[in-house]
Design a binder for this molecule. Structure first.
Ligand SMILES: *Cc1c(COP(=O)(O)O)cnc(C)c1O
Length: 458
């Protein structure tokens, strides 16, 4: 087989500012050893997130010029609405400024104290918006998804048995809806199978519960179904997406992922009454229903992006480039979540640095070192981000995994950029015995990972 090439030519370029290792040591020290506090201009390859970091196409930029900025009934809204309806098959499409705004509206209406919303794994903004209403957000991931070293085709699946048990235990009247996140972002970008969506739907039907998709990476999920699930290899990506959404009663979407834009989102719904309530709230918090917190030009770019993201050459390149980075790292013996997911590679920091305990933040140590070694920015997803403290003893209660996520922006980096990233991380891995742990010298009361400051241990 020949090399899978980037399925685009580059029309506009953005220079990378180079820095030396000595400069980066200083920069990181000034940033309190927290890459979130490093200026983006001081980063060579930025793998902090794949959210809102996509490169738009010439056609999307043309759409930006062509956008209709009418307050009500904008032509761009109707193009956007038609495109989203084509994919989801839903009756009501409500634009929002990003994914969490769609979540906020939906959960504000369906959530309240004493209720529960199950998911394969809730993304952090989803969990936060659910918990804000007093509802409990519950993760019901299949067992294999919890083991980084175990390989399976669909490690993002929901545990269907656990779901039914949970519904019986809590009572269907206390569960306003069930969610599935495709692909499972917090669980390593692992896909969910069509069979699993169907099985979950069946349980939902039995108890008359609506099923919603957190659809941020719906196209990447569809590509995995096409490649890995029996009966789908000859189907088009569009038809696989349509089938996925056909089992759902609605969806929340961050267009900053699989709509290939820098801002945007939507809520897609079938129920007349729920849609009316959502629209009424939208008018209070986002805007009129035909723009909902976005400009007409944004809606135009989303519509075009949704079309481009389902192109099979694009998805082949997309999924392969993530896998390519994962393979290079595995070949060098670096422990990662296997198999590589759709949008990111997750380094298993516990196995990378077995001598640094969670209390000294092994993930943070890796994140700092790869920045110093090569100007590569990743993010710690472990005790810094999710660690809690025992209120009596003050001891850290670490989360189950210590990870470093390297998220790949869409259409931004070429194969040589990715080769460079692999070289940097392999270099760091070779001297892993010299890496030091960190301690926190400042932390905010909530979401501390964004602003915490650290000090390397002696
Ligand atoms: C990004 C993301 C969201 C939230 O979307 P924003 O546009 O960042 O508000 C929700 N769910 C998942 C799975 C995501 O990846």
């Amino acid at each position: 087989m020949k090399t899978i090439i980037e399925p685009f030519k580059i029309k506009s370029v953005e220079p990378i500012r180079f820095s030396t290792k000595e400069e980066r040591i200083k920069i990181l020290e000034n940033a309190g050893y927290n890459p979130f506090l490093v200026k983006a201009d001081d980063v060579l390859i930025d793998l902090l997130t794949d959210s809102g970091t996509s490169a738009m196409s010439a056609k999307q930029w043309a759409g930006i010029m062509d956008g209709d900025e009418s307050y009500a009934g904008s032509r761009s809204f109707y193009r956007f609405e038609e495109m989203v309806k084509k994919i989801t098959g839903d009756k009501f499409i409500i634009p929002t400024h990003q994914g969490r705004a769609a979540e906020k509206i939906l959960f504000f209406i369906v959530g309240s104290e004493g209720k529960f919303i199950p998911n394969n794994t809730h993304f952090d903004t989803t969990r936060a918006n659910i918990e804000f209403t007093g509802t409990e957000a519950v993760d019901l991931l299949v067992e294999v998804g919890k083991h980084p070293e175990q390989r399976a085709d669909f490690k993002g699946n929901m545990d269907v048995e656990a779901l039914e048990k949970f519904i019986k235990e809590k009572g269907p009247e206390n569960i306003p809806l069930v969610m599935i996140t495709v692909t499972n972002n917090s669980g390593g970008g692992q896909p969910v199978s069509m069979q699993n969506i169907k099985d979950v739907k069946q349980v939902c039907q039995k108890y008359k519960l609506p099923l919603f998709l957190d659809a941020c990476r719906f196209a990447e999920n569809a590509y995995f179904i096409k490649k890995r699930e029996k009966g789908y290899s000859d189907k088009s990506i569009l038809s696989i997406c349509q089938e996925m959404f056909s089992y759902a009663d609605g969806a929340t979407m961050s267009a900053k992922k699989d709509a290939l834009v820098n801002i945007g989102g939507f809520l897609s719904l079938n129920d007349d009454e729920l849609a009316m309530k959502c629209r009424n709230l939208l008018i209070v918090t986002e805007g009129f229903p035909t723009y909902g917190g976005l400009a007409g030009r944004d809606l135009e770019a989303v519509a075009q992006g949704l079309e481009e993201v389902m192109d099979e050459h694009y998805l082949q390149y997309r999924i392969r480039s993530t896998e390519y980075l994962g393979e290079k790292m595995m070949d060098a013996g670096i422990p990662i979540i296997e198999p590589p997911g759709g949008h990111a590679i997750y380094i298993d920091a516990k196995r990378f640095l077995p001598n640094i305990p969670p209390q000294h933040f092994p993930g943070q140590s890796i994140v700092c070192e790869i920045y110093i070694d090569g100007g590569v920015r990743g993010v710690e997803i472990g005790s810094v981000m999710f660690g809690k403290y025992n209120k009596l003893t003050g001891e850290l209660i670490p989360p189950p995994m210590e990870l470093v996520r390297l998220a790949i922006p869409r259409r931004v980096y070429t194969q040589s950029h990715i080769d460079y990233v692999a070289e940097v991380i392999i270099e760091t891995y070779k001297k892993r015995n010299e890496l030091k742990g960190y301690e926190i010298i400042y932390e905010a009361p909530m979401l501390r990972h964004f602003t915490a400051r650290f000090k390397p241990m002696k």
